[in-house]
Design a binder for this molecule. Sequence first.
Ligand SMILES: [Zn+2]
Ligand SMILES: [Zn+2]
Length: 249
Amino acid sequence: MTIDDESIAVGGQPGWAGRDLTPLPYESEISCLMRFAWRNAINRAAFLRHFSLSKAHIVLDRQEFLEQTGWNLIGDGRSEVERELQWTQTDWVTRVFRHCPLCLEAGYHSFLFQCLQLQCCPLHHVELSSRCMWCSGTSPQIGGKELLAAPYRCMVCGRPLAGVMPNLDEHLALRAIESGLVRALEPYAEWSNNIHEIAIPRVQGLRRNGCSGDQSTWCDIGEFLRGVACRGMQPPLMCADRATTNVSS
Ligand SMILES: [Zn+2]
Ligand SMILES: [Zn+2]
């Protein structure tokens, strides 16, 4: 059930729920917004009426969001990866929402999951997926309207992308091991920063001068450039080790 903004207004101001479920380390903005919409049972239209600068696209008024909710989407945690998700062409990240099923069950998605070089969730060691667990349909675009219109759901079959909808107990359990989350993801955040500072400049000339057009018929240019750029800069943990990590222990 969704409720309209009029019904949650208290004294003319909305009384938002979930104020204590603030953004977690390395969390993507869309993950924060989905959790906020989920905990407040608001639909996309109600959300946009309160926080958006633009109704056609989600251009969020982050200052207004901070003042009304206490959730800081502005600050230091924003990364090169998230900035890159705004670019029109990129070889390093995908805009298709890529999730860890266990993290998403806890209402969490990291912007690091959008890095194409990263295959597994550093916390759970399970494979990241850009498909629905029910119908294998492709997940929505991270900057599109679908994820906020139907948080955590597949736009093809309507069922939960992760197999199940998020669970507040799972979310609180993740929040309780926040330091473990930081330990697991920090090396990947450093790695992605190094990629942006060192690896990407290495191949910018290749992308500009040679690797386009005809070459795309015989190789995946993006994969080629990632391979060249990231020589000696592989992600800290390779995914051969698929052991399930008991994060709560
Ligand atoms: Zn995970
Ligand atoms: Zn589906």
